[in-house]
Design a protein around this ligand. Sequence first.
Ligand SMILES: NC(=O)c1ccc[n+]([C@@H]2O[C@H](COP(=O)([O-])OP(=O)(O)OC[C@H]3O[C@@H](n4cnc5c(N)ncnc54)[C@H](OP(=O)(O)O)[C@@H]3O)[C@@H](O)[C@H]2O)c1
Length: 214
Amino acid sequence: MHWVITGANRGIGLALTKILLSEGEVVTVGVRTSMPFEHENLKILKVDTSNPVSIEEFVSQIDTPIDVLINNAGVLIEERFPNVTEEGMLLSFKVNTMGPYMLIQECYKKDKLKEGAKIVNISSILGSITNTGGTTSMPYSISKAALNMVTKLLAHKLKNMYVVSIHPGWVKTDMGGQEAPLLPEESATGIIKVIKNLNKSGIFIDYKGDTIQW
Ligand SMILES: NC(=O)c1ccc[n+]([C@@H]2O[C@H](COP(=O)([O-])OP(=O)(O)OC[C@H]3O[C@@H](n4cnc5c(N)ncnc54)[C@H](OP(=O)(O)O)[C@@H]3O)[C@@H](O)[C@H]2O)c1
């Protein structure tokens, strides 16, 4: 299968890429800078997911039909009430919400997605409106809640595909911090299994496949 993953140079995206390649899958990654390794089944492309022009150029270079698209690139800007800035809010929205939407739309317009393709938006439980306790970065939670709406809206539009939001768990990465209980490899292994077994669209689940309230 051909998997496309953004933000794959570190953290969860890197773990996903390594595991998939070790299983013989073909992977195209979109990164801002470079990958820490090369592989015969790995195609490395540049993308800044906060920039629609860069997204267009990225999609134009994807030359194999896509089975799985994982919108993994994300930012956590630690801004809390009452100190949220316009800059923090807009950058979070661009990377966490607009980027995934534009990437899916562009792949659709350029006919890159296979019939039955699986489109995964890496969301967060911090974007769950039901679960929120209000003790989080405002731009992050707001942008991930909006990403969940992207999932729902596009699940309605792309009837012959699966569009889902997945919470990867609390993971030991630059974003998740050292206190996090899960290793990137554990989260990535779960996410891959969940994606392979996916048989429903428009859902919000975690890396174990358990449902999360929107
Ligand atoms: N870690 C957790 O506990 C946790 C929990 C819930 C959800 N998540 C979500 O899981 C995903 C991966 O997170 P992570 O923990 O692996 O974070 P991470 O270690 O901070 O990695 C973030 C990745 O996103 C890329 N990225 C950021 N902005 C980008 C842009 N404008 N264009 C292209 N790539 C960009 C980064 O690339 P650069 O190296 O170029 O910056 C990096 O590869 C994110 O969507 C995050 O919100 C994580």
